[in-house]
Design a protein around this ligand. Structure first.
Ligand SMILES: [Zn+2]
Length: 451
């Protein structure tokens, strides 16, 4: 097992960790009341006495805010940024989220924020076996998101060399010349990279790569396994966001460790309008935790990340870390409901990436939900890319896909049986998917019933 970046904190006993979390909850709430116009007003408006919030359980009694709340408290809606919680002299950078829905959300980061973000990534990288002497290609973009820049700051702390490509379109020359030991990128970019360098005559399995760090989007265990097989090395997950979640999977691959002393996550069910207990899926609701005396350019209390996950364990991990572990978060925006059953992109992805299917496919896919010919019918149409559609065993792929979906979403079985839910499949040549012609983040599961 690899060591720790910050052993004292990462392996702290639960009771001590909870005490530290509660101290930071009190300081953060006071900081919010002293420095954030939004939260000062929010406390007053909701009749909350900030001094009465003493322990992390008290956060469960507060309202939940969302990305919409941030957008409604910044220009152009308001003349000023209500969430800004430090003077301009302390703001090191302004970041934005990608803005898939309307105006991007603005985030203000003090140098203290950057240091905490880098601490989180440093812990995650070390837990994945990275350290001094590693050479890491960063495929995440160096833009208005914090990810790539934070990883680069983390590398400085742990003595890694960063190759800041910012995208995954480099050639095999980069791999043969610099002999990188890790690449950070999304599953699909890393799969495409493997295909490209193989076409250039370099076998990814024979390359210098010792591990891949997947992030930027959720993925199925099946696509991870396929990616690991293509590169002949382990793939570890990270879950980061500009809002400050930076959770990482250690080499035990038993869930993502949440750096609990720096970010607090509670799980919330928006339909029940209540928090849920460990083991139940919910939306991750985030609270920034500031160490005593620290500054924050912007902080969040009870912020709905709109990502769904589950607390897997708060017990000590095989790696020795005590910080809680969560399941791979899935985006709520990538979930559709079919006869009341939630189906996420990851469910579709798991069915595409069944090992027997991957004998025919590249893994690139897109799925659409349509209303059927008759009322009460639903069609789920999945298009899959394959190098040669002429050689594919379409029936086998369809059967494997259907069996997988039935296993993952048992509630759909009766609807499949009476054909109120129909699965349709199409197979396209490389480059033939709709999403390959679209700009921005690819949409792999689209509900077209309301369009
Ligand atoms: Zn662990």
């Amino acid at each position: 097992m690899p060591g720790y970046h910050n052993a004292a904190t990462e392996t702290m006993d639960r009771a001590d960790l909870d005490t530290l979390i509660d101290e930071r909850v009190r300081y953060t709430v006071k900081y919010a009341n002293d420095h954030s116009p939004f939260y000062r007003h929010w406390f007053r408006e909701n009749g909350i006495d900030p001094a009465g919030i003493r322990v992390h359980e008290d956060l469960l009694t507060l309202p939940v805010i969302s990305g919409k709340t941030i957008r409604e408290h910044q220009p152009p809606v308001l003349p000023a940024f209500s969430f800004l919680s430090a003077g301009w002299g302390d703001i090191f950078t302004i970041q934005e989220t990608s803005g898939t829905s309307g105006t991007p959300k603005s985030f203000f980061l003090a140098w203290d924020d950057w240091r905490r973000y880098a601490e989180k990534y440093s812990r995650s990288f070390v837990s994945q076996g990275l350290g001094a002497g590693d050479r890491v290609v960063v495929c995440a973009s160096y833009g208005m998101n914090v990810g790539a820049n934070t990883m680069t700051l983390a590398a400085r702390r742990i003595g890694m060399t960063i190759i800041p490509f910012g995208k995954c379109s480099f050639s095999s020359r980069v791999i043969t010349a610099y002999r990188p030991t890790a690449i950070v990128g999304s599953v699909f970019k890393l799969l495409r990279l493997a295909r490209r360098i193989r076409a250039e005559g370099l076998d990814p399995q024979e390359s210098s790569l010792a591990r891949l760090i997947a992030g930027g989007e959720s993925f199925a265990d099946e696509s991870r396994a396929y990616l690991a097989d293509q590169w002949g090395c382990p793939v570890y997950n990270t879950y980061g966001s500009t809002e400050g979640t930076m959770c990482g999977e250690c080499t035990a691959i038993a869930g993502l460790h949440v750096p609990e002393d720096l970010v607090h996550l509670d799980m919330y069910d928006p339909r029940m309008q209540d928090f849920v207990s460990d083991g139940s899926p919910g939306r991750a609701v985030l609270t920034t935790l500031l160490p005593e005396g620290a500054k924050a350019g912007m902080l969040l209390l009870n912020y709905d990340t709109e990502d769904t996950t589950t607390v897997l364990s708060r017990a000590r991990c095989a790696c020795g870390r005590t910080h809680m572990r969560i399941a791979h978060p899935q985006r709520e925006s990538e979930t559709v409901r079919i006869f009341g059953t939630p189906v996420n992109r990851v469910d579709i992805e798991a069915c595409v990436f069944q090992p027997s299917n991957m004998a025919f496919l590249t893994g690139e896919y897109e799925a659409f939900v349509y209303g059927g010919d008759a009322a009460g019918k639903v069609v789920l149409r999945t298009a899959m890319e394959c190098p040669d559609p002429a050689t594919i065993d379409e029936r086998q792929v369809a059967e494997t896909f259907t069996a997988c979906l039935t296993r993952r979403r048992r509630m759909l079985a009766p609807f499949l049986a009476d054909q109120s839910l129909v699965l349709e499949f199409s197979f396209v040549r490389p480059g033939g998917l709709e999403l390959q012609a679209a700009k921005g983040r690819p949409r792999r599961l689209t509900d077209r019933r309301s369009e």
